[in-house]
Unconditional design. Sequence first.
Length: 341
Amino acid sequence: MRVGLLTGGGDCPGLNAVIRAVVRKGIEDYDWDLVGFRNGWQGPMTGDSRPLGLDHVEDILARGGTILGSSRTNPYKENDGAGRIKSTLAEQGVDALVAIGGEDTLGVASRLTDDGVNVVGVPKTIDNDLDATDYTFGFDTAVHIATEAIDRLRTTAESHHRALVVEVMGRHAGWIALHSGLAGGANVILVPEREFSVEQVVEWVERRFERMYAPIIVVAEGAVPVGGAELLHSGERDAFGHVRLGGVGQWLAEEIADRTGKESRAVVLGHVQRGGTPTAYDRVLATRFGLQATQAVADGDFGTMVALRGTDIVRVRLSEATAKIKTVPKDRYEEAQVFFG
């Protein structure tokens, strides 16, 4: 059997751990021939592939990024993209695909399944916003990086008696903001799921200053003020229709400075949250996902995605996994509010 792998969407710590697990189990247990398609869905559309043997994955467990490269290519926005993928798979003798990605990559995988392609999905996103799994790998690493940044920024904020606004990733889901804010002892956490009142934020900030402490505000990039709109870094859209967000942190820092008369600075963590070596948790989760995805292929259970439920790895339909995103529920956000101000 010949099995192909690809990694799509934004890069994420733990991708290489999945690749390693699929290659090791595929060769050791089933004597498969493994091939990696480069740069997401662009690879199988253009036929750009490379062999994957044991020697190719020997030292990649702790490496960030992906040895296969990635892209935000959407085959269904390209001229006969799905047809070109099917032709490539036939020409290269690939019997099945393991697609590692987030909502967009797996959405394509779900449509390809309907079009007759044998696909098994592995959930990847630092945003932790795939609804069918408790956690996605990459999230734990992103939260650790953001928390460490908050810890470091707190010391300089206290030294200079200024407010610091930390902008983290999170377009439609505020999981990184919630978890890193709680872990880092933030005084305000703002998420896309709930519009925020600037007046209320200012009140929390002033309360913190009155107690002779510097306030730390963690805000997700997709958070919006009451009656406001997302702040766009640019008006351009990618192949999946997403605009590039950014700027809410700087805007909020300026509002705080204007309304309080206190010095206020913004720090945008950006892509540093995606980079570097994965945490131990993400290495283990990604490895388990890879092993179970390989088993799903061996079982011929196509059109499925592996998912974490409690401590077990289960299989769900790709259509279920991509039906909606997982957002921060009201009760989880309200838990954090006791620490605001």
